[in-house]
Design a protein around this ligand. Sequence first.
Ligand SMILES: [Zn+2]
Length: 139
Amino acid sequence: MDTLEHIRQQVRADNYEFSLHAERERENEHILVAEIEQSVASGEMLEDYQRIRGRERETAMKCSFCDGELEERLVQHEYRWEGKLFVFEDVPARVCRQCGEKYFDATVVKAMERAVLGQMRPKCVLKVPVYTYADVAAA
Ligand SMILES: [Zn+2]
């Protein structure tokens, strides 16, 4: 099986994850998870990193930025969408012991996206103080 077909199968099965870095990019660019999945389903591969393919099983357990060990943890995630901030508590993630990067399963990102897009009623709503740095520095 070629690499692209393998990736498509994994995406169809929700067997993939978002690094925190990728998730922040997705939120900033207002890209829906469905749009990413659609582009994987119909797009073409621009780069094929042989190195990663050979280490597939191993990399799933290690940080793709620094090779550090990952541990399962519940984390807080600040989800930003269209200028709004949403806080998710106790989100299951794999966290790098070395650099702190977080990895979320696709199903986890989809659940947060459903809550935000579906305007699900939150547990509570916080008021957050906001400062402009120049005002703070001048004080
Ligand atoms: Zn790391």
